[in-house]
Design a protein around this ligand. Sequence first.
Ligand SMILES: Nc1ncnc2c1ncn2[C@@H]1O[C@H](COP(=O)(O)OP(=O)(O)OP(=O)(O)O)[C@@H](O)[C@H]1O
Length: 308
Amino acid sequence: MPQAVISAARLTKKYKDFAAVDGISFEVAPGESFGLLGPNGAGKSTTMRMVGAVSTRTSGELSILGLDPNDAGPEIRSQLGVVPQQDNLDQELRVRDNLIVYGRYFGIPMRAIGRKADELLEFAQLADRAKSKVDDLSGGMKRRLTIARALVNDPRILLLDEPTTGLDPQARHILWDRLFRLKEQGTTLVLTTHYMDEAEQLCDRLVVVDKGTIMAEGSPAALIREYSSREVLEVRFGSDRNEEVAAKLAGIGERHEVLPDRILIYSENGEAELAKIHAAGYRPITSLVRRSSLEDVFLRLTGRSLIE
Ligand SMILES: Nc1ncnc2c1ncn2[C@@H]1O[C@H](COP(=O)(O)OP(=O)(O)OP(=O)(O)O)[C@@H](O)[C@H]1O
């Protein structure tokens, strides 16, 4: 890997005796899009706050852009863009003024900041809303404005905590498109998400986190190859029968997961497994064949679903 822009070794954050982040190690290369995928409470935001140099670590090593946040917090923060989980835009100010005020905060000269604000509004597809009140924007627009604001200082790394939580599918796709654009331009992206499709779409590489520890690391495709099969057959026999039927399907597929509402059968060819189930005399209420996803990887690693 080229000289890492973020390097964490045995990074730990404790709240009293509880380790919210429990000895995690990872590196992020320049220009990479790196993700932390895990359910609520996994320790993703806590990790992001340490990387963002706004929360101190309890132990371990952390280097951001070659600097230690314990010694160089302000210098690190001046080179980062941060998109927090909750939008914290200035509701009193108009859209464009949010960017101007933030730019002034970073000490950008007045004549440069106006040009920068217009450029960022264009990028965030908000040019026609420049004079709107923040309150009048949709959730997706507010999110894009928060991203635009985080780009005011031309950050070397953009940190995004759950960038699309709470957005509708269309707004998510518009936002992903903007993040792809940034990725193309070479910005290093670090994001947390509990959406497996977001991780699959946006991340070159990711770590799967659960209960403060890293369960696996790799590209989405490599993780799926390593921890799942090519296809998944989902069958439903009714919540009271799934356990009983699953026990009788022992020879079918490479392995099963029995969830409260369905059985997942992992194999290279879901349709072929469905034919075997029919041949054995079982008729599922519903059946669906899909390709494996990071959700299956998480289930395999933890025995639990990402969204509970
Ligand atoms: N200030 C705090 N004091 C005590 N416990 C905390 C504090 N902040 C976080 N925690 C706990 O640490 C754990 C990890 O929280 P964190 O917010 O990092 O998780 P997360 O993966 O980002 O999930 P979410 O998406 O819900 O924010 C949780 O159990 C949380 O309750």
